[in-house]
Ligand binder design. Structure first.
Ligand SMILES: Cc1cc2nc3c(=O)[nH]c(=O)nc-3n(C[C@H](O)[C@H](O)[C@H](O)COP(=O)(O)OP(=O)(O)OC[C@H]3O[C@@H](n4cnc5c(N)ncnc54)[C@H](O)[C@@H]3O)c2cc1C
Length: 292
């Protein structure tokens, strides 16, 4: 493996200034589960690795009781999310996703920020956060900026971050009452394998617990970037949700998906499974709302 200099800044400003002075020869590293693999495979060869791990302001996980917003620091690991009772009880869609990422060892070091910045269509962390209407906050030479997560991804491995910019935080707006959510990573094995599909659904019902006031459907590996099935979301909104409605939403989402053939699965099968899994996750949301 090529030798590199490992730099340990203590603040985002220090990290950015290091990155600016070394330019293209520098690369940020968080948990390193993507970066180190790429260096070993010869796909990356930075002279400087700038570790973000010692910037403590980036690893906070908290619900702001005044605003109702959830704040997830970019350095929060999948393991921290998995262990959090707040995430397990209030944001089960995110809990479902992180508990199936890699192995315990991977989850203990891999970060949610690294998962998003890596920007692969199969990123398990991205789909639930899209369904939760998350925003990403980032900081760099141009100062602080914010963007909807759904606009963060530009293509496989590409995102909107510019040189030296650091993803600092993910924020999730308050949940509506009577909200249920669920995610499934679908593949031959649940862990240690890239999924064939990732499907996340969030439903909010009105007081009668029948009519849908908000629907979000996030799909992974169904397009070059994580996507939302907006036509299916619109179809569900305002409707009394039952099994038939969930089936129809699945069919609409499947039509919207832009799945393609790959070594892991053929497009027609993926499309079929979008339909099946959107329905299944929709019904799981109803079950979870009933259990609230
Ligand atoms: C064995 C194994 C199994 C895996 N299984 C899964 C899986 O099931 N599901 C899944 O989605 N992924 C999986 N992954 C991929 C990986 O673990 C995740 O994408 C992980 O969340 C990446 O986080 P990290 O902190 O390790 O990122 P790093 O490797 O440290 O960084 C990834 C990229 O993001 C950049 N970066 C990191 N943090 C920031 C930041 N805050 N600001 C700006 N740039 C930043 C780095 O420069 C790099 O380009 C697996 C990886 C391995 C090795």
């Amino acid at each position: 493996m090529k030798k590199f200099t490992y730099l340990i800044p203590k603040s985002t400003d220090e990290a950015i200034s290091m990155h600016e002075s070394h330019g293209k020869r520098a690369k940020y590293i968080a948990g390193g589960t993507d970066v180190i693999v790429k260096i070993k495979e010869g796909k990356l060869s930075p002279d400087y690795l700038i570790s973000l791990k010692h910037i403590t302001s980036l690893n906070q996980l908290a619900l702001n009781k005044e605003t109702g917003k959830l704040h997830i620091g970019a350095l929060v690991t999948h393991g921290m999310l998995e262990e959090s009772s707040l995430i397990r009880t209030q944001y089960p869609i995110l809990h479902d996703a992180v508990t199936n990422i890699g192995s315990v060892q991977i989850r203990n070091v891999a970060t949610i920020g690294g998962n998003l910045v890596n920007a692969v269509p199969s990123a398990d962390g991205a789909i639930p956060l899209i369904a939760l209407d998350a925003k990403v906050e980032f900081y760099g030479p141009k100062g602080e900026q914010s963007e909807d997560l759904i606009r963060f991804f530009l293509g496989p491995g590409q995102n909107i971050l510019e040189r030296s910019e650091i993803l600092t935080e993910i924020t999730v707006p308050p949940l509506l009452p009577n909200t249920g959510s669920a995610y499934i990573k679908f593949g031959r094995r649940a862990a240690m394998e890239l999924p064939l599909l990732g499907v996340g659904v969030l439903l909010s019902l009105d007081e009668d617990l029948k009519h849908c006031v908000k629907a979000r459907i996030g799909l992974g590996v169904a397009a070059p970037t994580p996507m939302r099935a907006m036509e299916a979301e619109q179809f569900l909104t305002g409707k009394a949700i039952d099994e038939d409605m969930a089936s129809e939403a699945g069919r609409i989402a499947a039509k919207e998906s832009r799945v393609r053939d790959s070594i892991r699965g053929v497009a027609w099968y993926r499309r079929e499974m979008v339909s099946v899994l959107v329905k299944r996750m929709g019904l799981m949301c109803l079950e979870r709302i009933r259990d609230l």
